[in-house]
Ligand binder design. Structure first.
Ligand SMILES: CC(C)(COP(=O)(O)OP(=O)(O)OC[C@H]1O[C@@H](n2cnc3c(N)ncnc32)[C@H](O)[C@@H]1OP(=O)(O)O)[C@@H](O)C(=O)NCCC(=O)NCCS
Length: 162
């Protein structure tokens, strides 16, 4: 059964913990970027807490040219609480907030080997009884080849209409 997590917008004091959680699980962005996200994009970001500890977060934004779309930048759940539906709750939470104009699509990019993420976004589309269109957005050759980690292609999941 899914634990009862508290879901809310991030605040200034959360940015460092979001960065720490990202560092353990996803491509971490700079600490500055989490401060910037909570300052300017908190309406489209959320944190999940269990017993007052942050166990997950989602960051997203609505592109100015497509304000009916919510692009999910990062979503991460602490390893100790994965598989309990927390990421699904985070996505539902940000999508259900009142947005003007109303959201019609959710987008995210996922690497082909990231099974949990693929299941997360397909599961979200199933729950919302809508379509999920998957097509490559960034090829692996779009990423710099002078870093030690070869980056996989990123497939865009476009889910909707919501
Ligand atoms: C992707 C991630 C956020 C999912 O979080 P979560 O809270 O475990 O997800 P949920 O419990 O809501 O489950 C979502 C789906 O993933 C599946 N899943 C969860 N853990 C899994 C695992 N270890 N192996 C396979 N599938 C798994 C669930 O069964 C569910 O699929 P279903 O609806 O078909 O049953 C989490 O695995 C994570 O933080 N991964 C590392 C960071 C990352 O890759 N983020 C995405 C790119 S930004």
């Amino acid at each position: 059964m899914a634990p009862r997590v508290a879901l809310r917008s991030p605040m200034r004091r959360d940015a460092a913990e979001m960065w720490r959680l990202a560092r353990k699980s996803v491509d971490p962005n700079s600490p500055y970027s989490y401060l910037m996200l909570e300052e300017y994009f908190s309406d489209t970001c959320a944190v999940a807490e269990l017993d007052d500890e942050m166990v997950g977060f989602v960051t997203g934004f609505r592109p100015f040219s497509h304000p009916e779309t919510l692009f999910i930048w990062q979503i991460a759940v602490d390893e100790s609480t994965q598989g309990m539906g927390i990421a699904g709750q985070l996505l539902d939470h940000v999508v259900k907030r009142p947005h003007v104009p109303r959201l019609r699509y959710l987008e995210a990019t996922v690497t082909p080997s990231n099974e949990q993420s693929i299941r997360l976004f397909r599961g979200f589309a199933r729950r919302w009884e809508t379509e999920c269109v998957e097509e490559e957005l960034f090829a692996d050759s779009d990423f710099p080849d002078d870093t030690s980690d070869n980056h996989e292609a990123e497939v865009r999941f476009r889910i909707g209409a919501l």
